[in-house]
Ligand binder design. Structure first.
Ligand code: SIN
Ligand code: CO
Length: 372
């Protein structure tokens, strides 16, 4: 299944991306749900899949995390089942993120799918990521408020709601419609029907996560072993003070560590190619021989990239799932750019034993696979 998305990207980026919410009517003109509610429920029973059930009764909210053993006592109304990173686990659903590959790969987070029965929803809330909410089966009313400071509270320890807001968008979404919401705009989905929603999410890292990850990298790689030194120290009137020029020197010490381009790129490549959700990865048993890989590609077989695997170029290097790839640029770029690899995309790579060895290792790790 492939999805045709009608979206004027230049206009969207100029006017809406990270700026304001918008409804894109019939953006997927021939939308067909890639998953059934039963299949979604099946995924929510798997321990590897992040899932949540959210329900409410007489104004009391409930939330619980999967995996779920059964869905017997849920009743007909007022609940939603949500599963994260379905693109990692369900190939037909993964097709839905493809049309968004106009946006940078490194900004993509995952595809979340929600199933709601009449009255179901997670309640009014604010997210810190950009989301394209696609309407699948059923219709759902979505309200989006302006990006204003709103009080937040937890009606249940696992739920963060915001106070009621005045909608700037109030729409009944129909199949194939998209609601785009940038970070910080409160929103709430409500339904009178049984409905599926697909959220393609994009998340930017925050400063806290960057600093903490860089600190881990510095520890692992023994960066910054030099100590503060002050051979120019003179007698001072106030020994109790840390002087401004000393603070400045300390700050410079820290900034200089981040300013080394090689370390910075090396760290960021690892950081940003690490998926936030588990991958459906399994080493190949028995492993492929290099000659089998070469022959399969020469026979015209296609290598498909594991869905959700992050393959990114950062500076001079390509990173795959937190590791640096050792491969000549042409082949490294092909692995980044194409989600399907053939002998053609590899150029003369099959004649290079180092490329073949590395490619075989990637296949045996389960990162690329030959379609059956
Ligand atoms: C949902 O699909 O019910 C929740 C999506 C969201 O609000 O982020
Ligand atoms: Co949301």
């Amino acid at each position: 299944m492939s999805f045709q998305l009608n979206l004027n990207w230049p206009e969207f980026l100029a006017n809406y991306w990270q700026k304001k919410p918008v409804v894109l009517k019939r953006a997927f003109p021939d939308f067909v749900d890639p998953i059934t509610p039963d299949e979604l429920a099946g995924l929510a029973m798997e321990p590897e899949v992040d899932s949540r059930l959210v329900s409410h009764k007489n104004g009391q909210w409930q939330a619980s995390n999967g995996p779920f053993e059964h869905f017997d006592d849920l009743g007909e109304t007022d609940w939603s089942l949500l599963a994260q990173a379905v693109n990692h686990w369900h190939a037909p659903s993964a097709e839905l993120v493809r049309p968004f590959r106009v946006l940078p790969d490194w900004r993509l987070d995952d595809l979340m799918i929600s199933f709601s029965v009449p009255g179901g929803g997670v309640g009014p809330h604010i997210d810190q990521y950009d989301v394209f909410i696609i309407q699948g089966m059923g219709r759902r009313r979505w309200r989006v408020g302006d990006k204003l400071p709103l009080k937040q509270h937890c009606p249940h320890p696992a739920l963060l709601h915001c106070e009621p807001f005045t909608p700037i968008i109030d729409v009944e979404m129909e199949i194939g419609d998209i609601l785009y919401i940038p970070p910080g705009f409160p929103h709430d989905g409500f339904t009178f029907e049984t409905t599926l929603n697909y959220s393609v999410g994009f998340r930017g890292p925050n400063g806290r996560d960057l600093i903490s990850s860089f600190a881990d990298y510095a520890l692992e790689n023994d960066l910054g072993s030099e100590h503060y030194s002050d051979p120019d120290l003179t007698l001072r009137e106030h020994p109790e003070r840390v002087e401004v020029h000393e603070l400045e020197r300390l700050r410079t010490m820290m900034i200089e560590m981040i300013n080394q381009p090689e370390d910075f790129n090396n760290w960021f490549g690892r950081f940003i190619s690490t998926p936030r959700h588990e991958l459906d990865v399994a080493p190949v048993e028995p492993p492929f021989e290099q000659s089998e890989v070469v022959n399969a590609l020469l026979d015209g077989e296609v290598l498909t990239r594991l869905s959700g695997l992050r393959v990114l170029r950062v500076g001079d290097s390509v990173f795959i799932n937190s590791e640096k790839l050792e491969m000549p640029d042409t082949q490294a770029d092909a692995l980044c750019h194409y989600t399907e690899i053939t002998r053609e995309t590899l150029g003369d790579g099959l004649q290079n034993p180092a490329v073949v060895a590395e490619l075989t290792a990637l296949i045996n790790q389960g990162y690329w696979y030959f379609e059956e």
